[in-house]
Write a protein that binds this ligand. Sequence first.
Ligand SMILES: NC(=O)c1ccc[n+]([C@@H]2O[C@H](COP(=O)([O-])OP(=O)(O)OC[C@H]3O[C@@H](n4cnc5c(N)ncnc54)[C@H](O)[C@@H]3O)[C@@H](O)[C@H]2O)c1
Length: 315
Amino acid sequence: MATLNERKVAVVGCGFVGSASAFALMESGLFSEMVLIDVNKEKAEGEALDISHGLPFAKPVQIYAGDYKDAEDAAVVVVTAGAGQKPGETRLDLVKKNVGIFKSIIPEIAKYNTEGILLIVANPVDILTYAAAKLSGFPENRVFGSGTVLDTARLKYLLGEHLKIDSRSVHACIIGEHGDSEIAAWSSANVSGIPLNDFCEMRGHFEHEKSMKEIAENVKNSAYKIIEKKGATYYGIAMSVRRICEAIVRDEKSILPVSSIQHGEFGIDDVALSMPAIVGRSGVEGAVPIRLSDGEREALKASADTLKVVLKGVL
Ligand SMILES: NC(=O)c1ccc[n+]([C@@H]2O[C@H](COP(=O)([O-])OP(=O)(O)OC[C@H]3O[C@@H](n4cnc5c(N)ncnc54)[C@H](O)[C@@H]3O)[C@@H](O)[C@H]2O)c1
């Protein structure tokens, strides 16, 4: 078995999301080797060449198209392979198609790479994270999904715009399913430690209920809106992949709302969904039990139940 190369990443699936993620990872300087894998080898080769041509303006990375054997020593394997949402299609509609694809690719990855981290990005990401954990046989801390990291970025961006402040000063997250049943955890939201509603009033906003509803809906519908306008979403998720890889490679112990299998927290068991977690070199290193209101707890439980029904039908 090959020793892991801490500076190597594999990206499986080189469509919109895989290629944008590969580009963001190349620019990040986090890795010195990157293998691109796709059932369409020509596409992987084309992306590897195109991305490599930016290297004179970045830090050195060896980028090439390869096979699963080439991923044997990758510290992180980013899985984006799968069909994307068509206009009007929900993430859950994709489930059968993409679980089928995972049944062929996850065992291939696990055949060669037994020690790396599987970062699942393809949708529906919570269902596929659960499937990948079962299909790979990896310890659960090393199989997790990008989950609501992207939705949380959208929430922070929109709150930053609403309040006319840097979105990085906003502390708020989306939890639950990466999809229609996701929940904005308003009760723990703050701006640099100041409770959100207090900060809103400082900035001249007083209609809290209305704004929260509008912003949460806007976050939830972002993907539908973008897909309707340009056919796919990929830059936001690419930056999310880069951020998660950064937390892993630099062993940051950063708190990110990634999707992982839950074990009894908030009464939720044996289903993958997003909750804030400590992310470092070992993957998901611990849960962060944020305070939730009764309504948020109920919505979280409902989100888990939605996912469980889907899981029953496919695995
Ligand atoms: N988690 C998120 O926040 C998020 C955000 C955006 C998109 N996505 C998801 O990412 C996935 C990819 O989206 P996209 O827009 O890049 O789609 P795409 O159709 O552009 O790319 C999919 C790629 O997967 C490859 N592929 C298909 N089957 C394969 C197999 N068996 N082995 C290897 N490669 C295979 C295809 O050849 C293609 O290059 C979708 O499921 C989409 O819903 C997730």
